[in-house]
Design a protein around this ligand. Structure first.
Ligand code: ADP
Ligand code: MG
Length: 362
């Protein structure tokens, strides 16, 4: 394997583990810069396969798929943080460039590890406790400062899945019994607002930080993101920026990483981080000098980084059902860009089917 300073030139193939919309939009940005892509994901409803140069529809544990992916990809990345760490570690053993590394994925896959990491950095996580299972549950008094709280599975949670509102110790008992897996219990915060930042670092060690966007969730799932100049107070922005740079350097990040924050009582708390493109930065496709997807490609290929800074205020809204023609009505609005991920709708199921970005031209 060549050194960290080597530029991976256009014409090379970017290997993407994961087949969702984040992979699709990354592959589209890669194609625009002259790269090929190989997408490896289990068979199913996989938007990224539609736009990839090469496709491997097989389980992440499949050895033949691993060999083929390793042979085809000049650099490997993920669009989904729950890809097995073992698969990434195997690619690293095969001397493939895995960006971000398996070590970073390992931290980001476990809420408890993320919070410990934040603690070590001196960045406040919310007040929390690790509960490995029913057998290690302490007496009620140990959790009284955490209630009302939210119980979250330590691993594999996303879009509010694997989360339980907990008011009483009895509810904690029954949620743990149902989940039967390690969890974290977090105090439910009263939020001034939620926001996020995106940091990029390339293999040469150059770092670039985005603007901070404001996020609104409904039932634990991102509903809207917006940005306009001065939306986030200067001091909050500066603090988020400092945390982002510190995290990127400490983790020896190569790639991009999004950090979700809570702001409560005027203080910034780290909620979680994701070493991949993030839903809250989809507006960067139209409203920023460099989109998060292009930044991802630039970072992992060791190109000069762009600026995920916004030139136009925007509101990004997720399309969460996709039943009927929800997305079609947005086509009538000339200030709105419509993204349809091409997923099959499932009646009654809330799922990210697409998004719209409304630009506010001045
Ligand atoms: P996911 O991995 O599903 O995104 P999060 O931990 O980010 O899980 O939770 C989803 C959303 O639920 C948050 O963005 C926030 O709106 C709400 N939430 C989660 N934890 C807390 C908390 N401790 N206090 C208040 N709101 C919370
Ligand atoms: Mg979240």
């Amino acid at each position: 394997m060549t050194g960290r300073r080597t530029v991976i030139p256009p014409g090379s193939t970017i290997g993407i583990l994961g087949g969702g919309q984040l992979g699709k939009m990354t592959a589209m940005a890669a194609a625009r810069l002259g790269y090929h892509t190989v997408v490896w994901a289990p068979p199913g409803d996989i938007p990224a396969m539609e736009v990839a140069t090469y496709r491997i529809a097989n389980a992440y544990e499949d050895l033949t798929a691993l060999e083929e992916f390793a042979r085809t990809a000049d650099v490997c990345t993920t669009e989904f943080e729950n890809v097995p760490v073992k698969t990434l570690a195997a690619l690293e053993l095969l001397e493939r460039r895995v960006r971000p590394s398996s070590t970073i994925l390992d931290v980001a896959q476990r809420r408890s590890e993320e919070k410990r990491f934040a603690d070590r950095l001196g960045v406040n996580p919310v007040t929390w406790a690790y509960i490995s299972g029913l057998d290690t549950l302490l007496s009620p008094v140990a959790y009284k400062d955490l209630l009302p709280g939210i119980l979250k599975t330590d691993r594999l949670g996303y879009d509010g899945k694997g989360q339980y509102d907990i008011e009483t110790y009895d509810q904690l008992l029954s949620a743990l019994k149902k989940e039967n897996a390690p969890c974290v219990l977090e105090k439910r915060m009263s939020l001034d607002y939620e926001c996020s930042i995106l940091v990029a670092r390339n293999a040469a060690g150059h770092v670039s930080v985005s603007d901070v966007v404001k996020n609104e969730h409904r039932n634990g799932i991102l509903w809207k993101t917006n940005w306009s100049p001065g939306l986030i107070p200067r001091d909050m922005f500066t603090r988020a920026e400092k945390v982002a740079v510190e995290i990127a350097v400490r983790l020896d990040l190569v790639g991009i990483l999004a950090i979700e924050f809570f702001v409560s009582g005027g203080r910034l708390y780290l909620n979680e981080m994701a070493p991949r493109p993030h839903n809250s930065f989809h507006g960067s496709i139209e409203a920023a000098h460099c989109s998060q997807f292009e930044q991802h490609v630039r970072a992992i290929c060791n190109l000069p980084l762009g600026e995920v800074r916004f030139h136009t205020p925007f509101i990004m809204e997720n399309l969460l059902r996709g039943e009927g023609d929800e997305w079609l009505r947005h086509l009538d609005d000339p200030s709105t860009r419509v993204h349809n991920y091409g997923k099959q709708p499932v009646v009654g199921k809330v799922r990210k089917m697409g998004h719209v970005t409304r630009l506010s031209f001045r």
